[in-house]
Write a protein that binds this ligand. Structure first.
Ligand code: SF4
Length: 200
């Protein structure tokens, strides 16, 4: 796993749980408004943190921290994500995955193997504007497939959209809400300009 950052404590990133956050390096999207460029553009990458450092921390904090949030960048592009999570699950932590929804087969696999307890997926835009918000073309069926995989699972989940004021309108938000079954599971995130890191 390429780990570009680690936050030892959070009360807000796993709903109702005390968590720590692992930030993976690398992303397959190029959202022009991204405020995690350090985790997206290889030229900004720092030397990755060793996995052992994280596992050592988790060993020491057992009983104090309840959950591990894996975010990015985009965690599902890491080839050894499942193996990494397996090790965390063996230590009895809850695991939340933040994803941009571009990789439904990996989501399916993680859910099937009970490796994730919570998934938060970003829905960046209504279909017509997706390319604009993620800075590239994408096969939108992947996004819809991820939404379906998550909705049909029995784990906790949420969908979220960062309201980027100069790229999205209120009408776009209404269109995004139509992409999910349960509007109550979709939330809007504030757009931050100078804060790092605030989202996946
Ligand atoms: S998916 Fe997230 S991390 Fe990747 S470019 Fe977009 S905002 Fe940045």
């Amino acid at each position: 796993m390429k780990i570009g950052g680690f936050q030892k404590f959070s009360l807000i990133d796993y709903p109702g749980k005390i968590s720590c956050i692992i930030f993976t390096q690398g992303c397959n999207f190029r959202c022009p408004w991204c405020y995690n460029p350090e985790l997206v553009y290889p030229e900004f990458f720092v030397t990755p943190l060793k996995e052992e450092v994280i596992f050592e921390f988790l060993k020491r904090r057992r009983g104090k921290i309840e959950a591990v949030v894996i975010t990015g960048g985009e965690p599902t592009i890491q080839p050894d994500l499942a193996e990494f999570i397996e090790k965390i699950k063996k230590m009895n932590y809850l695991v939340k995955l933040d994803t941009n929804g571009s990789n439904p087969p990996i989501l399916k696999e993680l859910i099937k193997n009970k490796l994730v307890d919570y998934i938060a997926m970003d829905i960046k835009a209504p279909p017509q504007k997706y390319f604009l918000l993620i800075g590239k073309d994408i096969d939108l069926s992947l996004i819809f497939e991820s939404i379906k995989v998550i909705e049909n699972s029995s784990i906790e989940y949420e969908f979220r959209t960062t309201f980027v004021p100069f790229l999205l309108s209120e009408d776009d938000i209404l269109k995004i809400k139509k992409m999910v079954k349960d509007k109550g599971r979709h939330r809007i995130q504030r757009f931050y300009t100078n804060e790092y890191p605030k989202h996946k």
